[in-house]
Design a protein around this ligand. Structure first.
Ligand code: ADP
Ligand code: MG
Length: 311
């Protein structure tokens, strides 16, 4: 066989057709779609608590990246860091050493939220109420306080009312437990967002979390509902990840976002530079996925409210 013919028959294996090339082409077209997105916000505040009593499932990563992605499409966003570890504050580039006024002072000493909120260097529309190490003691100190479950809610209501420009989103990053800090988040929010890691035992503990949400609904906050589930750290090469994703979608067809966040080194590197992945490498696969998830969250509710308005 002449060599030239051989070259054409081997074309299906050319570099342009490799999985990596296809992935890159796909990413390019997804970026293009994102660049053309135009969103409007109606001035109402959506308060979303990002919860899962498991640690290491992507709560903080999801909170800061969705927040930054929302700010990048024009929303004004406040992140409340309720985890004493302060990882959300770090990722947003906001100082949170022990002497800095923090959420602790709001919950325990009734500081106005406006006094502790800082602007993230990432965007003039992105704000953070930082956590400091003192917050570790708040879980215990709150027990003896008056209106201990409502403190965050009251502070947040005052903040939103006094704010000169509308606050479009409040995202609350919860610690991995169902103590008084998380209860304060559940009482202040109307939506619960659950990041689920596409690995073994993903659904384990979820019924406990949903049981807590129902308890809060009944006794403290009837508005609270599970609005969003986000599949994170998805590794498309394993069949297990796909199985977990399918299982979660079967259980929660309405709540699971179509967008899935891939496992990505860029996502895990970003916090060590005091940045979200949106700022650190906004064109990377992880950043594109978080930007898509944020757009989907905005569009889904707009679709819901149009339907409600029409009925
Ligand atoms: P949580 O707040 O639930 O404890 P984190 O958001 O801190 O979880 O994530 C746990 C770890 O996983 C962190 O080291 C984080 O950088 C990493 N991680 C989170 N999401 C991803 C991702 N999509 N790809 C790679 N690493 C991730
Ligand atoms: Mg966390």
């Amino acid at each position: 066989m002449p060599e030239s013919e051989n070259a054409t028959t081997s074309a299906p294996f050319s570099i342009d057709d490799s999985p990596i090339a296809r992935e890159l082409a796909d990413l390019t077209s997804r970026r293009k779609v994102l660049d053309d997105v135009e969103l409007e916000f109606d001035g109402k505040t959506r308060i979303i608590t990002v919860s899962n009593q498991k640690g290491g499932v992507g709560k903080t990563t999801t909170t800061v990246n969705i927040a930054s992605a929302l700010a990048s499409v024009g929303a004004r966003v406040l992140v409340i860091d309720l985890d004493p570890q302060g990882n959300a504050s770090t990722a947003l580039g906001v100082p949170h050493t022990a002497e800095i006024p923090s959420v602790y002072d709001v919950l325990i000493d009734e500081f106005p939220l406006a006094d502790i909120v800082q602007t993230s260097p990432e965007s003039p529309r992105l704000f953070c109420a930082p956590s400091t190490i003192h917050l570790a003691g708040a879980e215990i100190e709150l027990v003896s306080q008056v209106a201990r479950e409502h403190r965050l809610r009251t502070a947040l209501e005052e903040y939103i009312q006094a704010s000169e420009e509308p606050v479009d989103f409040v995202l609350i990053d919860c610690p991995p437990s169902l103590g008084l800090l998380t209860i304060n988040a559940f009482t202040a929010a109307s939506e619960v967002m659950i990041p689920i890691q596409c690995e073994y035992y993903a659904l384990e503990g979820l019924s406990q979390l949903l049981g807590s949400v129902r308890m809060i609904q009944k006794h403290l906050n009837p508005r609270l509902h599970l609005s969003t589930i986000l599949l994170t750290m998805f590794d498309g090469r394993t069949r297990l990840a796909q199985q977990v994703a399918d299982e979660v979608r079967n259980h929660f067809p309405q709540e699971v976002l179509r967008t899935v966040i891939p496992r990505s080194v860029r996502v895990s590197e970003a916090p060590s530079f005091g940045q979200t992945v949106i700022a650190y490498d906004g064109q990377s696969a992880g950043a594109v996925a978080y930007r898509e998830a944020a757009v989907e969250m905005v569009k889904r509710t707009q679709a819901h409210s149009t339907k409600e308005g029409a009925s």
